[in-house]
Design a protein around this ligand. Structure first.
Ligand SMILES: [Zn+2]
Ligand SMILES: [Zn+2]
Length: 801
């Protein structure tokens, strides 16, 4: 059951008003939501209910080119008929047209690429390279392909764990190789001569879950795919690309940016779907005091525990998605405790999913949920991908999961039989969540956002050109394939002595591995290794840019949901030593930031306001960290840190206002710093609404008088060297972004500001000064000045994204 991109056209009119009446239940059994809403206190927390009707399936005949033994194998696996989108995408690929298939969870996307890939392997020795974002997903595909039991189909995985013998076998015999982008980057492409026989026959490249490739990481993937296309061409192959994505806006654009070629878009989901009642839920404010005495909202996880218990009592099979494993455990524990008091025999039928990525554990969980042995499970988002848990009655989503694509992927797990499925989004104490639960149109009325990526980020292009030259000397003709930033990047590489220009092209002349220059999962400097102090075990790495704020001394660091405390961050050795510990708090790093404008690339003067986009130099120092109690969010204290300042050249969007505008808005010199600061915090919190980023991917600076602009200025910048495309998005979508920022602050019922509106967990100034009222006046004045309400036509077109 799935929710397609056609959500807008099929969704029932939104229930108007703040609190919905009880759903119309005439002639139908009471729904799980009706029963939850019998409690008045529950009713007060629901801000909206969206009803999404059921959809019937549309089938299509099997394409004639699919051999009978493959059809029979799929039938044995339960695929007796094709849905139309599967047949259309498979036909496209088979006829040589690259295609992106963007449909919902459990819409059988893998069948669409499996048909051409396996047919080619069985009939003309064509090979397929399959890229998944995670090893677990590649392992699932391996199992699915093996389960077809086709003797002539040879499938292999190729990842960091693959033995040398198995790699050898894969190179010589495999028809389908399942791998990931990292391995393609460091293994497959540099080792292409050894893969020559596979690459010569390369017919299809499948990129699964491609909506996850965004920001700087997405830009790296785009460059790897350009290298792959060049190497394939060298061996005379011209593979067809088949991309699978969750439903996103404009999947063709994202696909084109990723692969660099035109793509056919298939976005009409023809799989069946149950009806869903989707509630937006806001936990109440509590009496606890947070920073500067601000009110603290009841944590989303506490709310999820209560709801999970209530639903289990009603025998509603429920999956609760929670951000961390620890949070998932707390939710399941809370639900079990509540059940022990009310219906003790049900307490044992609630569990946390904490088994990591082991396939056996996932199979066991799937089984227990399907059979009803378990009624309630709290899980991290690890279950979002690659697990066959669908057909549940209800899904609880604890906090905005970052993107609409994730939201629907999670909600899509609910829906079985003819009854209504239930999904509930529970808001966290955060401005974006506050905004969303008060603006249902931004959740349900917009198509799922397109992934934001900038394949031409010079910081990303440069190392991949070096890697490409090391794979095969770069010719003049090759350069265009790497985009407009390539010529300048080549000059840089030559000047740095890494490439040599010869009459026939550019050659890699350095001795080290060229691929080491590209740090796929981060930027700038060697990554910091995270080692467990007692065992010396390497847990993982964080990119050096993020290390000061994530693995400083005393930081609580989560690795695959397990909790560690950093004993010492050694910057010289790039190592963070950690101890396994589960303290009762989380930590938030705080920084002081200065910013200077290097170049203004675009500027838009609108009366008393100027909006700009350009290059900035950011100097940032992490100065302290805050401890907040898990469960209540209460602030326990702040500790200073002694870390050096860091410099970052990146892209920023900023706006300035004149004295006249301030006077008009009634903001005097005393109120201005608090107004600009509060607007900046909320604007950072709301940027993920228009750009597919996390609030931790961007930073901000506000000042009553900036030396470079000689005016009050609010900056929001990309936290990645060279920029990840987020600031551009902020500039392009300024109206929607700033309007949402204003509305989020206005929607919060606190008096003087709280974490749900203008307080920021990473503020270097301890959330001082902040002025909620003045921020609202400032934002309202800016919005009216830039987009006067007398020009409705302009306003409307500018908000469409
Ligand atoms: Zn507030
Ligand atoms: Zn601040």
């Amino acid at each position: 059951m799935t929710i397609g991109p056609n959500l807008m056209s099929v969704s029932a009119p939104a229930t108007s008003g703040q609190v919905p009446g009880l759903p119309d239940t005439a002639g139908t059994p009471t729904s799980a939501l009706d029963r939850l809403l019998r409690s008045t206190s529950h009713r007060d927390r629901v801000t909206h209910v969206e009803r999404i009707p059921a959809r019937a399936a549309t089938h299509a005949p099997w394409p004639e080119w699919v051999p009978t033994d493959l059809r029979a194998a799929l039938r044995r696996r339960g695929v007796s008929k094709l849905w139309e989108h599967q047949a259309v995408a498979a036909d496209c690929a088979w006829s040589g047209r690259s295609v992106v298939l963007a449909t919902g969870t459990a819409s059988g996307k893998s069948v669409a690429y499996l048909l051409p890939a396996v047919t080619s392997a069985l009939t003309d020795q064509g090979t397929t390279l399959y890229l998944a974002p995670t090893k677990a997903l590649a392992a699932d595909q391996l199992r699915a392909l093996r389960a077809l039991e086709l003797a002539d189909l040879r499938v292999a995985t190729y990842d960091g764990d693959t033995s040398f013998e198995d790699r050898d076998w894969a190179r010589r015999h495999a028809d389908v190789v399942l791998t990931n982008p990292d391995m393609t980057h460091v293994g497959f492409l540099p080792g292409h001569p050894r893969w020559a026989s596979f690459i010569k026959r390369l017919r299809f490249v499948v990129i699964d879950e491609c909506h996850g490739y965004r920001g700087v990481f997405g830009a790296h993937i785009a460059q790897i795919l350009r290298r792959l296309r060049r190497i394939a061409g060298h061996y005379g192959a011209n593979p067809v690309f088949v991309l699978a994505s969750a439903t996103v806006a404009d999947p063709g654009l994202t696909a084109r940016q990723l692969v660099g070629i035109e793509m056919v878009e298939v976005g009409e989901d023809s799989s069946p779907r149950a009806a869903i009642e989707f509630a937006l839920w806001e936990p109440p404010l509590t009496d606890l005091a947070g920073e500067r005495g601000a009110p603290v909202r009841r944590p989303a996880t506490a709310e999820a525990s209560g709801l999970l218990a209530d639903l289990v009592v009603d025998r509603v099979r429920t999956l609760a998605f929670v951000r961390s494993r620890r949070g998932a455990e707390a939710v399941s524990l809370g639900a079990r405790r509540a059940l022990e008091e009310s219906v003790p025999e049900l307490a044992g039928r609630v569990a946390a999913y904490r088994a990591g990525y082991l396939p056996e554990d996932r199979r066991e969980l799937e089984r227990a949920l399907h059979e009803g042995a378990l009624l309630g499970v709290a899980s991290t988002n690890a279950l979002e991908l690659g697990v066959d848990v669908s057909g549940l009655d209800a899904v609880l989503i604890t906090g905005w999961p970052g993107t609409r694509a994730s939201l629907w992927q999670q909600a899509g797990r609910a829906g079985r039989g003819a009854g209504n499925a239930l999904a509930i989004l529970i808001a966290r104490d955060d401005p974006l969540d506050t905004y969303l639960v008060h603006h249902p149109d931004s959740v349900f009325g917009h198509p799922v956002e397109a992934a934001v990526l900038d394949p031409d980020n010079p910081h990303v292009v440069r190392p991949h050109l070096a890697a490409a030259a090391a794979e095969l000397p770069l010719t003049e003709a090759d350069v265009a394939g790497f985009g407009p930033a390539a010529p300048a990047a080549l000059d840089d590489l030559v000047a740095a002595g890494l490439l040599r220009r010869r009459p026939t092209g550019w050659f890699w002349t350095a001795r080290e591995r060229a691929t080491a220059l590209a740090d796929l999962r981060g930027t700038g400097g060697p990554p910091v290794q995270i080692c467990e102090r007692s065992t010396g075990r390497l847990l993982g790495t964080v990119d050096s840019g993020a290390s000061h704020s994530t693995v400083h001394d005393g930081a609580v660091y989560l690795h695959q949901g397990e909790s560690y405390v950093v004993a010492r961050l050694d910057l010289e050795e790039s190592v963070a030593l950690v101890d396994a510990q589960t303290p009762d708090w989380t930590t938030w790093a705080r920084d002081l930031t200065e910013i200077s404008i290097v170049e203004t690339r675009e500027s838009l003067r609108r009366g008393e306001v100027t909006l700009c986009l350009g290059t900035v130099e950011v100097t940032q120092q992490v100065v302290s960290f805050l401890r907040r109690r898990i469960g209540s969010g209460e602030v326990l204290g702040e500790e200073p840190l002694d870390l050096p300042a860091r410099h970052l050249r990146t892209t920023a969007a900023w706006w300035t206002v004149t004295e006249d505008l301030l006077t008009h808005a009634g903001i005097d010199a005393a109120a201005l710093p608090g107004a600009a600061h509060a607007a900046e915090h909320a604007a950072i919190g709301l940027l993920p609404l228009v750009a597919t980023c996390d609030r931790w991917d961007v930073g901000g600076v506000s000042t009553a008088l900036h030396p470079d602009t000689a005016a009050p200025t609010v900056f929001v910048y990309d936290g990645h060297a060279g920029g990840a495309g987020f600031a551009e998005r902020a500039f392009d979508q300024a109206q929607r972004w700033l309007t949402a920022t204003h509305d989020a602050i206005a929607a919060c019922e606190c008096d003087a500001g709280c974490p749900s509106c203008i307080q920021s967990p990473k503020c270097g100034n301890g959330n001082e000064p902040l002025d909620k009222d003045a921020a609202l006046r400032l934002l309202a004045a800016v919005i009216t000045e830039c987009w006067p309400p007398t020009e409705p036509a302009t306003v409307r077109t500018a908000t469409v994204d």
